[in-house]
Design a protein around this ligand. Structure first.
Ligand code: SF4
Length: 289
């Protein structure tokens, strides 16, 4: 464990990585949450009907040795610009509606946003998915413009940000080296998102996939959650749409270019393009601005 540093919002000192159940904002786990250390334990521990418990269990998962090492090494070493902050250094649970954990039950999640994996100095630092890097800055600004987030920025867990009828998840929950999980790591982690999408199925109307990797991950996860997905595989594109069905319940999967620096710097993705996809998702989900 590393030195104690103050959380940027609460000022409470934490080591990096953060031990479960020690008061970090939105930490879903407690000191007694069971820890998956193998792929078979992941599969076993996803057997819960309680989304808050699923969030807790995934947030302490340690089933991928390479990723555990990486997330904790980055948390201890830190990027120079964040050297004064504690790093979460654990897997990133889904976040948004319905509110789980200390906040109690909240509004339902009609829209689910799927990305590939958290960033080493973004989510792995802040403990919240898509929070603390430039992709997240673009994403939350757009969600706020179309009425799906209560603030234009998401900086740290505990900053007061809230999603409106939406939830965000990463297909792989730990930050991977070079942003590339191996196929084995992807498959080890899959039961977490599969179960999460199955638990969200009663309310979910729309899934937005970020980038081609997010699209493939969302299709795999929807199939893993029991949805019938089209064959041959539907092709990713910005604005691409495909319907998937589970027990006569239909969900629209929408493609969106990933708000990576490569896409935003080059103008391949503009704020207007992002807003167009999320406004469409909002309307399909029946979420009024
Ligand atoms: S990537 Fe997924 S399965 Fe692997 S350690 Fe992280 S949470 Fe667990």
């Amino acid at each position: 464990m590393s030195e104690l540093l103050p959380h940027p919002v609460t000022g409470t000192p934490y080591p990096s990585p953060v031990p479960p159940g020690t008061g970090w904002p939105d930490d879903p786990a407690s000191a007694t949450t069971p820890v998956a250390r193998t792929p078979s334990a992941v599969r076993r521990l996803t057997h819960t009907d309680d989304l808050a418990e699923l969030d807790a269990r995934v947030s302490v998962c340690s089933a991928c040795p390479r990723l555990v090492r990486w997330r904790e090494d980055v948390a201890r070493d830190k990027r120079a610009s964040f050297a004064d902050q504690p790093y979460w250094g654990r897997p990133i649970a889904g976040w948004g509606a319905p509110t789980t954990g200390a906040g109690g039950a909240g509004e339902e999640a009609r829209l689910v946003i799927v990305g590939l994996a958290p960033a080493a100095n973004g989510g792995n630092r802040t403990g919240r998915v898509f929070t603390g890097d430039s992709s997240g800055d673009w994403l939350f600004a757009s969600l706020h413009r179309v009425g799906l987030a209560t603030r234009p920025t998401s900086v740290h867990a505990g900053d007061g940000q809230r999603l409106v009828g939406a939830r965000m998840v990463a297909a792989v929950r730990c930050a991977p080296p070079a942003n590339k999980p191996t196929v084995a790591e992807r498959d080890t982690c899959a039961p977490w998102i599969n179960r999460e999408l199955a638990l969200l199925a009663p309310t979910a109307r729309v899934v937005v996939a970020l980038g081609g990797y997010g699209w493939d991950a969302a299709l795999r996860a929807l199939a893993g959650a029991g949805y019938v997905v089209p064959r041959p595989k539907a092709r990713f594109g910005h604005g691409a749409a495909v319907s998937v069905v589970r027990e006569s319940h239909e969900v629209t999967l929408l493609g969106c270019y990933h708000p990576s620096q490569h896409n935003t710097f080059t103008g391949r993705l503009t704020p207007a393009m992002l807003d167009e996809v999320f406004a469409r998702a909002r309307d399909l989900a029946g979420l009024t601005p």
